[in-house]
Ligand binder design. Structure first.
Ligand code: SF4
Length: 313
């Protein structure tokens, strides 16, 4: 129950009150709560960043003295947390989301899906209005919060005529469909959980391209590095280590050994880019930006920035 109570310090009280469905869920990510982390950081929580900072952080929910109309553009984690906190403070909040669902990337990839669902439910409970399928780029008003998320990063490899690269977010969203058979290249310059999870699902069809000596390098922070590599091996995923993606051609990719510079060709039927993302441009009427539209990072930064923005409203 330790992690569960980091994620929601009110867990016991909510249970006693018969409000179990309101408990903020621990998403079992281990990203910021590992007590055996050699760097000895303060234990905190990506979904409750005030954990470990109880004596420093302000009361995020201090009631407002003058309720205002707030428009939040973007219904991902940062947008929903802004809306939730602002509404709990007493403001009238509308979330405008261009997709047909809330939760952003967190709702479709990675471990934060239960948290995204909790945010949606809590926004509803707090009276937040939601407009789906609506582009908020032209949202106007004195209190517009931009939470439009990131966009695909630069592709620093060559894409030959007739070749195609799909973005991992589009794959998860269902707007890009992978072929039913044949090897699929997953380009993962991050070494994070997104590419590893997709490689696990694809099993022996996966060709995970990493510049590192091991798949999922960043998973060391969460303690999943060795287990993830075991799972990938058991699923039959092929790991192209020390590899830089140089060229995507129809039916193949050209990789370069990071140390020797030697190039080789690997046959694949599709290429999925699981790489870095970039911020989105500021909206003209936004008074504040929060989350990945500022700089793509983790759920923790999205939640923290959202709370800080909501408290200034
Ligand atoms: S950081 Fe992740 S695993 Fe740790 S308590 Fe928070 S949600 Fe749970």
């Amino acid at each position: 129950m330790t992690r569960a109570q980091l994620a929601d310090p009110d867990l016991v009280q909510l249970l006693r009150d018969g409000r179990a469905e309101q408990i903020r869920p621990c998403i079992r990510c281990n990203q910021t709560c590992q007590v055996r982390d050699a760097r000895n950081p303060i234990i905190t929580c990506v979904v409750e960043p005030s954990a470990g900072h109880e004596t420093d952080d302000p009361d995020w929910y201090v009631p407002t003295r003058s309720a205002i109309d707030v428009t939040v553009v973007g219904g991902g984690v940062a947008g929903l947390e802004t809306a939730r906190v602002a509404a709990r403070r007493g403001h009238r909040v509308t979330v405008v989301e261009r997709d047909d669902h809330l939760g952003g990337v967190a709702a479709i990839a990675g471990p934060a899906q239960p948290f995204a669902a909790w945010l949606v439910a809590e926004c509803e409970r707090a009276g937040v209005q939601v407009r789906l399928g609506t582009d908020g780029a032209t949202a106007t008003g004195p209190h517009v919060v931009q939470a439009t998320g990131g966009r695909p990063g630069r592709r620093e490899y060559e894409i030959a005529d007739g070749a195609e690269v799909v973005d991992v977010v589009d794959v998860r969203r269902g707007s890009a469909v992978l072929p039913d058979t044949g090897p699929v290249a997953l380009f993962d310059p991050i070494g994070g959980p997104i590419a590893v999870a997709l490689a696990e699902e694809l099993g022996d069809r996966a060709v995970l391209i990493t510049q590192d000596q091991i798949a999922g390098n960043e998973l060391s922070r969460s303690g999943d590095l060795a287990p993830a590599n075991v799972r990938l091996a058991q699923r039959g995923a092929r790991i192209e280590k020390r590899s830089l993606l140089r060229t995507v051609r129809p039916g193949s990719v050209e990789l370069e050994d990071r140390f020797s510079g030697e190039r080789r060709t690997v046959e694949v039927v599709a290429v999925v880019d699981c790489g870095f993302r970039l911020p989105t441009d500021p909206l003209p009427d936004a008074s504040v930006q929060v989350g990945d539209c500022v700089a793509p990072r983790t759920v923790l930064e999205a939640v923290l920035e959202a709370r800080r923005a909501a408290r200034t409203l």
